[in-house]
Write a new protein. Structure first.
Length: 434
């Protein structure tokens, strides 16, 4: 992270940390009571079976000492941005408003490419839920937690996402924030992020040896991080306090064989008044000329054409399956195209002399791994989760299937605060310490 960004983070910590506690409407009990610190790390692209690859002895040890799930269910679509935001807010896309990694807002006419600004959120994330109730929070690298401008903010956050940082640097930054924090009350929620597994899966496919190398690397980084974390814990907290380490992911990964050009697929090449946007296996078409008398017919024609292909389905926004919770009124396309497993959209398009809508992934230098697919029909989208508690171990509890929308309430329960209004309320329950 550049020096100017660090200065901003430190300034925010000094200027806002006290303010967020003072504004808490449901402040915690005083410092003479025991406290829980939750450290929540998201491992992007951590498919559930990665724990079985023989490259993660430390993660497996944490699972044996704590509680774990091999079936962490992402929301639809199982893309990084909507998944992370859904976990943080406890609601689906149609309520939080982040439909894909990049999106277009038909109301404002603006494009957002891998946005970070917290102001785009339309639901309350756990970091603000905690700050509103008087807890001090550090949120580094978590999707849509950047550039916080509202009346309630976390003690530490970044002005923008820095994609150049390594996973080791990201984890060390989180440790440094806690190590250097001098707040009157301790930080009780620290959120971090690591992306190496996701990058390896995209570049090489989920079954490649490079993925095993990435698993081994993040396992070693987390072992070091955990050791440093415990040292900090002993130096900053009291014996009666509690530490919970929560490791989760946003989605799994599937092998890609075929790339798809959305324009050719939907028959909208060079069509005026159509905004196109893709992310993974999800495509959006916005027909922006509201006064066009043929607008509805054009929408119907695009849907009809897409549905002639056996690897794609097209929906009007209002006809999307309710279970997906994906009908956001301005940020989801008039037409949404969903590709089956093994197919992904080519964001750059590709040359095709015969006008075909598809190309073999190796012919267009596409990603060999992708996500976004419906976890109900594609179990490779399932991820893993581990909860580790100190000083009282949990003892290897199998949590069974856990839905991503439960994580907001889970963290709230660990911290002893109320989940945000409108968020899913059924957080994970752990056995009480002995």
């Amino acid at each position: 992270m550049c020096r100017s960004s660090w200065i901003l983070v430190i300034a925010i910590a000094l200027g806002v940390a006290g303010a967020s506690s003072a504004r808490g409407t449901e402040a915690r009990a005083g410092s003479d009571h025991s406290k829980t610190v939750v450290v929540w790390i998201s491992l992007d692209g951590w498919r559930s079976d990665y724990l079985d690859r023989g490259a993660s002895p430390f993660l497996n040890e944490l699972a044996q000492q704590g509680a774990s799930s091999r079936a962490l269910i992402p929301v639809f679509p199982s893309l990084t941005f909507p998944s992370h935001v859904s976990q943080a807010t406890g609601v689906g896309v149609e309520k939080h408003g982040i439909p894909s990694n990049s999106f277009y807002d038909d109301e404002t006419g603006l494009f957002y490419r891998y946005p970070g600004d917290a102001a785009l959120l339309e639901a309350e994330p756990i970091w603000l839920t905690a700050a509103r109730q008087g807890l001090r929070v550090a949120s580094l690298d978590w999707t849509l937690s950047h550039n916080q401008l509202g009346p309630i903010r976390t003690a530490y956050f970044d002005p923008a996402f820095d994609g150049k940082l390594s996973d080791a640097e990201r984890l060390n930054r989180l440790l440094s924030v806690w190590r250097e924090d001098r707040g009157k009350e301790p930080l009780q929620l620290l959120l971090g992020y690591a992306s190496g597994l996701d990058k390896a899966g995209h570049s090489n496919g989920p079954d490649a040896p490079e993925v095993v190398d990435a698993i081994r690397e993040i396992d070693g980084l987390l072992k070091h991080f955990h050791g440093e974390l415990l040292e900090l814990w002993h130096s900053k907290m009291k014996p009666e306090d509690q530490l919970i380490v929560l490791l989760t992911t946003d989605h799994g990964m599937s092998t890609v064989s075929t790339m798809v050009d959305l324009d050719r697929l939907a028959g909208v090449e060079r069509a005026p008044g159509v905004v196109r946007l893709t992310s993974g296996n999800i495509g959006h078409l916005f027909f922006t000329e509201r006064n066009d008398p043929e607008r509805e017919a054009k929408i119907d024609k695009a849907i009809e054409r897409v549905n002639t292909f056996d690897f794609a389905r097209a929906f009007r926004r209002e006809s999307l399956p309710q279970a997906w919770e994906y009908r956001h009124p301005t940020r989801v396309g008039d037409v949404v195209v969903v590709l089956e497993t093994g197919f992904a959209f080519s964001g750059r398009g590709f040359e095709s002399a015969d006008g075909r809508a598809t190309a073999a992934v190796e012919d267009v230098d596409g990603p060999l791994g992708m996500h976004g697919y419906d976890p109900v029909t594609n179990p490779e989208m399932l991820g893993a989760a581990i909860v580790w508690r100190f000083p009282e171990p949990i003892g290897g509890l199998d949590l069974g299937p856990v839905h991503s929308l439960q994580l907001h309430a889970t963290v709230a329960r660990f911290l002893g605060i109320a989940p945000a209004e409108g968020a899913r309320q059924d957080g994970i329950e752990l056995p009480s310490p002995e």
